[in-house]
Design a protein around this ligand. Structure first.
Ligand code: HEM
Length: 142
């Protein structure tokens, strides 16, 4: 295995996977606002599958390769670390929230599902958006 080949496309693959999960999240939200439960369900499960794929690739990459460090300095570095920190903390929290949100829906506890989903959804979208920002800053800004 050449260590030069893998790292260049793996971060992009990760960003694409998390981006697809975000697109399905927004589409799923669009459907539930129109009371289309079956489409909502399919979109949210698909979003979860892509987020799980992201996690597999991310962990594999973290185990096999060294982490690229941000080279920027000063304010841009402070901004980068702030975004990265909030991204990581919320990513850890949102994982269990997603599982409980889905479990409530599958048990047809829709009132509780809706209440929790209104926290899970924006948090998940924040993790997706900051994932892309971190990727772009790390690979194209510094
Ligand atoms: C983690 C995955 C999911 C997320 C993030 C999510 C997100 C949401 C959100 C934000 C709402 C509230 C929409 C609003 O404010 O009008 C909602 C409602 C709803 N969701 Fe999900 N959902 C997920 C999975 C599912 C699944 C798997 C089902 C399966 C049937 C489902 C069924 C419903 C139903 C029926 C409602 C309407 C509840 C009501 O109005 O009382 N959801 N969901």
């Amino acid at each position: 295995m050449t260590t030069d080949f893998w790292p260049t496309w793996l971060p992009l693959l990760n960003a694409i996977l998390i981006g697809i999960s975000g697109i399905f999240l927004l589409t799923g939200f669009y459907f539930i606002r129109r009371q289309q439960v079956a489409y909502h369900q399919r979109c949210m499960i698909t979003a979860t599958v892509f987020a799980a794929l992201f996690l597999v690739v991310y962990v594999t990459r973290a185990l096999l390769f060294e982490t690229k460090l941000f080279a920027g300095e000063g304010l841009v570095r402070v901004a980068y670390l702030g975004i990265l920190g909030s991204h990581m903390v919320l990513a850890v929290i949102v994982g269990p929230l997603v599982l409980v949100t889905i479990a409530l829906a599958l048990r047809r506890s829709f009132t509780r599902h809706r209440r929790l989903a209104r926290i899970t959804l924006p948090m998940w979208l924040y993790v997706v958006a900051t994932g892309w920002i971190v990727y772009l800053m790390l690979h194209y800004l510094a």
